[in-house]
Design a protein around this ligand. Structure first.
Ligand code: NAD
Length: 513
C-alpha cells in the first residue's frame, strides 16, 4: 500500500516571483534552457515577470517524474484518492481569492469574473470526488456455464494537458481533476501568457497531500508542446486552444499513437426570433458578448436577428454599451478588463476598419473609449457592428474580443442555414417564447452546446463540454462522464473457476450456448 503524505500546513513562497518556474516531482524547478517569455500586466502594459520556457529535456524530466509516480498512484485505494480530491477541492475553494488575483494580474479579467472562473473549475473537482462511483465497471454473471464476464476501468498512465490563456485556472481543472482522480499522473503545459495560476495550483495540490510527481507543470511554448506530442511515455493529450493549433495537436498526437481530445475555437451565434423578449435578449447578448472582454470560447460573437426584431434589438444593445464599466481589475467597479496583450488588442480592433471597408455599419467603436487612447493597458471599449454579411472577415474569423456583430436574416430557416454553414460549432443560443421553435432548433442545429434563452450554455460538470465541426478534434468531449472515459480504458475479463475434474481439451470456437 502506498504511503500518502499528510497535508502540510503552509505553502511555499507565492507564485508571483520574478520568473515563473516549472513544477516537477513535487517542487519548483528553475528553467535551465536559457529561454524565457515575458508575462504582461494587461491593465498597465508593463512586463510583470518572466516565465521559463522548457527544453525537450525538461519536458522529459517532467514525464519521467510522472511515470515514476504512476505505479504507486494507480495502486492507491479509491477511498484515499477521494480523500485527496476532497482536500484539493477545499484548498482551492479556501484560496480562491489568491488564485483569482493571479488571473487578474496576468490575464486582466476583473475579480468577479476571475472568481467565477474558479467556481466553474471547482465544479470539476467536486465531480472528481465521486471517482469511486465513476470508476465502476460492469459484471455479467453466468454468460456460459460457470463463466462470468466483467469490465474494469483502468488509468492510461502519464497524460498531458495543454491549455489556453483565457481560462488559466478553470481549463486545467477541466483536465487534471478527472485525470488524477482516475489514477493517471499528469503533465500540464499552461499558456505562456498567464502561467502563475498553474504553479499556485501545483502548490495547493501538494499541500493537499498529492504525492510528488502525480501533477507536474512545464512552462513554455511550441518546443515543450512538440516534445509532449512525440514523447513515447505520454499516453494521452487533452488540448484547448485555437482551431489551427487544435488540428495540429490532434494530427501530431494521434500520429504518435496517443489518445487526443483537442478543443478549438468558436463563433457562437445567438439567434433571436421575432417573438423574443427584446430587453431580455439584449441583456443576454451584452452579458455574453462583452463579459471577460469577449475572450471566452463560449462568448456570443454574433447575433442573428430574424425579421422585424433587428431594429429594436440593435437599439436595445447599443443603449446598454455606454453603461459597461471598462477598467483595471484594481477598480472595484470595473466590469470589463483589458485584453491579454497589445498585439491581440490591436488585431481585435483591426476588424472594425475592415468591417467598414466591407460595407458593415459600425454602431459602436471601442477605440473611442478613453482607456484605449490614454492608457498603456491593453483596453478596448465595447464595439458593435451591424449589417454584417457572411462573407465578411468580421463574421468569418473568431475575433475573440469585445466586438459583437449582427447579421440580419428574414426567416428561421435562413438563421439555421447560417449557423450550420459556419466552420465552428461550439455553442449557440436561441431566444424565443415559442417552445416548438426552440425544440426544432435544438433538433436541427449542428452545434455541440445549445442554450434556450440561455446565452452561454456551458454544461455543468456532470455533463461534458465540447463543440462540433472545427471546434473539436477527437471523439470524446471534455470533463464529466466523457472525461472519465477519456482518461481510462476498459478491460474485459472472462473468468471461470471450474472444478479441475471437468477440464478437457476443446479446439472448437468458444461457445456460450
Ligand atoms: P492558442 O491555440 O494560441 O494556444 C493554446 C496552447 O497551445 C498554449 O498553451 C500555447 O502555448 C500552445 N501553442 C500555441 N501555438 C502553438 C504552436 N504553434 N505549436 C504548439 N503549441 C502551440 O490559444 P490561446 O490564444 O491561448 O487561446 C484562445 C483560443 O482558445 C481561442 O481560439 C478560443 O476559442 C480557444 N478556446 C477554446 C475553448 C473550447 O472549449 N473550445 C475554451 C477556451 C479557449
Amino acid at each position: 500500500m502506498t504511503e500518502i503524505a499528510e497535508p502540510v500546513t503552509e505553502r511555499g513562497a507565492e507564485a508571483s516571483t520574478a520568473v515563473v518556474p516549472h513544477w516537477i516531482g513535487g517542487a519548483r524547478v528553475e528553467g535551465a534552457s536559457g529561454r524565457r517569455g515575458k508575462v504582461f500586466n494587461p491593465a498597465t502594459g508593463e512586463v510583470a515577470r518572466e516565465v521559463d520556457f522548457a527544453s525537450a529535456e525538461e519536458v522529459d524530466a517532467a514525464v519521467a517524474a510522472a511515470r515514476a509516480a504512476f505505479p504507486a498512484w494507480r495502486s492507491t485505494s479509491l477511498s484515499k484518492r477521494t480523500e485527496i480530491m476532497f482536500r484539493i477541492r477545499n484548498l482551492v475553494e479556501a484560496h480562491r481569492g489568491d488564485l483569482a488575483a493571479h488571473l487578474t494580474a496576468e490575464h486582466g479579467k476583473v475579480p468577479s469574473d476571475a472568481v467565477g472562473e474558479i467556481a466553474r473549475g471547482l465544479e470539476n473537482l467536486e465531480f472528481a470526488t465521486g471517482v469511486p462511483h465513476l470508476m465502476k465497471g460492469a459484471y455479467s454473471e453466468q454468460v456460459s456455464t460457470g463463466v462470468d464476464v466483467y469490465m474494469i476501468r483502468q488509468p492510461l498512465g502519464v497524460v498531458a494537458g495543454i491549455t489556453p490563456f483565457n481560462f488559466p485556472a478553470m481549463v486545467p481543472m477541466w483536465m487534471f481533476a478527472n485525470a488524477i482522480a482516475t489514477g493517471n499522473t499528469f503533465v500540464l503545459k499552461p499558456s505562456e501568457k498567464d502561467p502563475s495560476a498553474s504553479i499556485y495550483m501545483a502548490e495547493l495540490l501538494a499541500e493537499a497531500g498529492l504525492p510528488a510527481g502525480v501533477f507536474n507543470v512545464v512552462n513554455g511554448d511550441k518546443v515543450a508542446v512538440d516534445r509532449i506530442l512525440d514523447h513515447p511515455d505520454v499516453a494521452a493529450v487533452s488540448f484547448v486552444g485555437s482551431t489551427p493549433i487544435a488540428r495540429y495537436i490532434y494530427e501530431t498526437g494521434t500520429k504518435h499513437g496517443k489518445r487526443v481530445q483537442a478543443l478549438g475555437g468558436a463563433k457562437n451565434h445567438m439567434v433571436v426570433l421575432p417573438d423574443a423578449d427584446i430587453e431580455m435578449a439584449a441583456d443576454a447578448a451584452v452579458s455574453a458578448a462583452y463579459g471577460s472582454a469577449g475572450e471566452r470560447c463560449m462568448a456570443v460573437a454574433t447575433v442573428v436577428a430574424v425579421g422585424a426584431v433587428a431594429d429594436p434589438l440593435v437599439d436595445a444593445i447599443s443603449k446598454r454599451l455606454p453603461k459597461i464599466n471598462v477598467g483595471p481589475g484594481s477598480d472595484p467597479n470595473a466590469e470589463m478588463g483589458p485584453l491579454v496583450t497589445k498585439q491581440h488588442r490591436d488585431k481585435v480592433a483591426s476588424y472594425l476598419d475592415l468591417a467598414k471597408i466591407q460595407g458593415a455599419t459600425v454602431v459602436a467603436d471601442g477605440r473611442d473609449h478613453p482607456l484605449y487612447k490614454d492608457s498603456d493597458g491593453f483596453f478596448l471599449g465595447a464595439s458593435l457592428i451591424d449589417d454584417v454579411g457572411p462573407g465578411m472577415e468580421c463574421y468569418q474569423d473568431e475575433i475573440f474580443g469585445p466586438v459583437l456583430t449582427v447579421t440580419r436574416v428574414e426567416t428561421y430557416d435562413d438563421a439555421l442555414k447560417l449557423v450550420n454553414d459556419n466552420q465552428y460549432g461550439n455553442g449557440t443560443a436561441i431566444f424565443t417564447r415559442d417552445g416548438g421553435a426552440a425544440r426544432q432548433y435544438q433538433f436541427d442545429v449542428n452545434v455541440g452546446m445549445v442554450g434556450i434563452n440561455v446565452p452561454i450554455p456551458v454544461p455543468v460538470a456532470y455533463y461534458s463540454f465540447g463543440g462540433w465541426k472545427g471546434s473539436l478534434f477527437g471523439d470524446l468531449h471534455m470533463y464529466g462522464p466523457e472525461g472519465i472515459q477519456f482518461y481510462t480504458r476498459g478491460k474485459v475479463v472472462t473468468s471461470r473457476w471450474p472444478d479441475p475434474g471437468t477440464s478437457k481439451v476443446d479446439l472448437g470456437f468458444p461457445r456460450t450456448r
